[in-house]
Design a protein around this ligand. Structure first.
Ligand code: 13P
Ligand code: SF4
Length: 318
């Protein structure tokens, strides 16, 4: 179907159902544009959660991955939340099954449990705090100042980064993001030799060796703002390449280069795109709206507990 026709149909369905489209920076440019044009939002996972909670729509349509849909539902249990493909998940979420995680927590009752947003509703319900990449440093700093020891899950790279920045006592679950884990420090060093003037922007889900080469480490929003605000004309970007759409929009004259995923130990040439984010399409957006399919459902008790740990974050970062 032609893009303009299908986007017109989606806009009409959104209006008819008092629905809003909330998209992450990693989904296709078409979906990002559509979310903004139809009164929704494109943002990082923290702002997606906040927008869904504050909007007056009856239905939230999430273009992203499952944990983003679940977070929207946890914060707005009275609203209908739809995702475009129920199979669109996240390796961090998959790597942290609730039974194993709960056992891990039980073994360390003296630790405050802090989990990344990229987890299931059940894992969030077991946690004391939920954080995002844009808020993890501040929350852990705050907990450290209260003398708390932390149990962190699931991303070992983000956990490692937060631990080294804050000096907090953190016990780390060993999950990782399959996209960010593939960025290679040795190949990045070589690329930098060809572009010594370039700023290096790194999402903290990347390995420590890549983070060590960064000029800016931050959430997707922080990296976009860096492209807009910093003086460099060229940037090497170590995160999902879906983000380039917004970066080009905010800084059309700057040059953006994908950080290398090839190099020693590489198992692919260019992997800088999340296969689950790529499952979001205009076609399944339209069919989801038409059938009200892929609705997120969460056990009310789990929902209530998970809401407590996310709400702490929203209040803390308000
Ligand atoms: P942000 O919270 O920075 O948008 O990251 C979400 C994510 O899944 C990154 O891989
Ligand atoms: Fe999960 Fe990584 Fe995909 Fe983000 S990019 S949704 S962390 S697998």
């Amino acid at each position: 179907m032609f893009v303009s026709r299908i986007t017109d149909q989606i806009k009409a369905e959104l209006k008819a159902k008092n629905a809003v489209l909330v998209a992450h920076y990693y989904v296709s440019a078409e979906l990002q544009t559509l979310a903004e044009e139809s009164g929704g939002i494109v943002s990082d996972s923290l702002e997606m959660a906040r927008f869904g909670q504050n909007c007056s729509a009856d239905t939230i349509v999430v273009a992203g991955v499952k944990f983003m849909g679940e977070t929207a539902k946890i914060l707005s249990p009275e609203k209908t939340v739809l995702v475009l493909d129920e199979g669109a998940t996240c390796s961090l979420d998959e790597d942290c099954p609730i039974a194993n995680f709960s056992k891990f927590c039980d073994e360390h009752p003296d630790r405050t449990v802090v989990v990344y947003a990229n987890t299931s509703a059940e894992v969030k319900a077991r946690a004391d705090w939920v954080v995002t990449s844009g808020s993890a440093l501040k929350v852990v700093q705050h907990l450290k100042s209260q003398g708390k020891k932390i149990l962190w899950a699931p991303d070992k790279h983000l956990g490692n980064y937060v631990q080294s920045e804050t000096g907090a006592d953190m016990l780390l679950w060993q999950g990782s993001c399959v996209v960010h884990e593939r960025f290679k420090a040795d190949a990045l060093v070589n690329l930098k030799k060809h572009h010594p003037e370039a700023g290096v922007l790194v999402h903290p889900e990347s390995p420590q060796s890549v983070v060590d080469l960064a000029d800016v480490v931050g959430s997707t929003t922080a990296l976009i703002n860096a492209v807009r605000d910093r003086d460099e004309q060229t940037f090497i970007v170590a995160t999902d390449n879906g983000i380039f759409h917004k970066m080009r929009e905010v800084a059309p004259n700057k040059t953006l280069i994908e950080a290398p995923t090839a190099g020693q130990g590489a198992d692919c040439e260019s992997c800088a795109h999340c296969e689950w984010m790529a499952m979001n399409t205009l076609d399944n957006c339209l069919s989801t709206l038409k059938t009200a399919g892929n609705e997120i459902k969460i056990d009310p008790l789990v929902n209530q507990k998970a809401q407590n740990s996310i709400q702490k974050l929203l209040d803390f970062t308000a």
